[in-house]
Design a protein around this ligand. Structure first.
Ligand code: PD2
Ligand code: ZN
Length: 293
């Protein structure tokens, strides 16, 4: 099938492809005709402001029109850390891959943050003041205190300062997910006995309270837990369904996907922070969203 620019412009309307104007329609067709990789195109579209789902549909519409198989971009695109080598060059730091699981995707990285970055984040968070942590209210939306989460914490807004911006950029780069599609870093501090009982980070789409959370940025797709302190005993991040326990180590970080390959909430991502037995645990969490947050 040979589609020229003329019949592209006068052809049938494409619901997703045409949603951003004729320039995008031409860009998509032209690049697919040049045999560009649809996955690379998808990444570029998302970083140019397209919603992931709309970009995926637009590419599939064009692939179908060109008589090419659409399945190349049918897989749900989510944050993902590739580990072709044991070291990940993050530009300004080289992280070391210590553990990786394919499904659900979990990657444990050492040296993801420098000791100085950990200390600065802790200082900057203390300057803000830590408050008792809360959880999402499933009925009403918003946040409420809950016995399952006994830590205290605070949030940074996105790119609130140079330290936060540099770390966000690094996490975005290694997980191939734009900074714009993420919440600001959250700092959590656990004293002895404090914990975060097993839970999912994804929002329940069947609960009325989730609508408020989903309205800004859509579903949570990926989670980073960055360890800012060493802990003498306890305080591990546990994945009860998988029987995995990650022990805190200053500067290390664990990444996992909150949705599966089809974009459905990942049931195996159940995880929690076990009680601290000795010492203090301080972490930063970074949640990556479906669309601009
Ligand atoms: O602090 C942790 O280890 C932890 C574990 C599970 C934090 C979170 N979840 C979270 O903030 O969602
Ligand atoms: Zn969590």
């Amino acid at each position: 099938m040979n589609i020229t620019l003329t019949n592209i412009n006068s052809g049938p309307l494409y619901a997703s492809l045409d949603s951003k104007g004729v320039e995008w329609r031409e860009w998509v067709f032209n690049n697919l005709q040049r045999d560009c990789n649809p996955k690379d195109m998808l990444a570029l579209m998302v970083s140019s402001g397209w919603e992931v789902e709309a970009a995926r549909l637009a590419l599939d519409e064009a692939l179908t029109a060109l008589g090419k198989p659409p399945q190349q971009v049918l897989r749900f695109v989510r944050p993902y850390i590739r580990t072709p080598e044991n070291y990940l060059d993050c530009g300004d730091i080289v992280a070391q891959v210590l553990f990786s699981l394919q499904s659900p995707r979990i990657v444990l990285l050492d040296n993801l943050l420098s000791a100085e970055e950990c200390d600065r984040l802790i200082d900057l968070a203390s300057e803000k003041g830590l408050k008792k942590s809360d959880v999402v209210d499933q009925e009403e939306g918003g946040f409420v205190a809950h016995h399952a989460r006994t830590s205290s914490g605070t949030y940074f807004t996105r790119s609130e300062n140079a330290w936060v911006a540099r770390i966000e950029k690094r996490l975005a780069q290694i997980s191939e997910w734009p900074v714009t599609h993420a919440e600001g870093l959250q700092i959590l501090r656990y004293e002895i006995g404090q914990e975060y009982r097993p839970h999912f980070d994804w929002f329940r789409t069947d609960m009325p309270g989730s609508a408020k959370q989903l309205a800004q940025g859509g579903q949570r797709l990926g989670t980073f837990i960055l360890y800012l302190s060493d802990v003498v005993a306890g305080g591990s991040t546990i994945f009860p369904t998988l029987g995995i326990e990650v022990f805190p180590r200053k500067g290390a970080g664990v990444f996992f996907t909150d949705v599966d390959e089809q974009g459905k909430p990942e049931q195996k991502s159940l995880h929690g922070g076990s009680p601290v037995i000795k010492g203090t645990k301080i972490v930063a969490t970074y949640w990556q969203r479906e669309s601009v947050y």
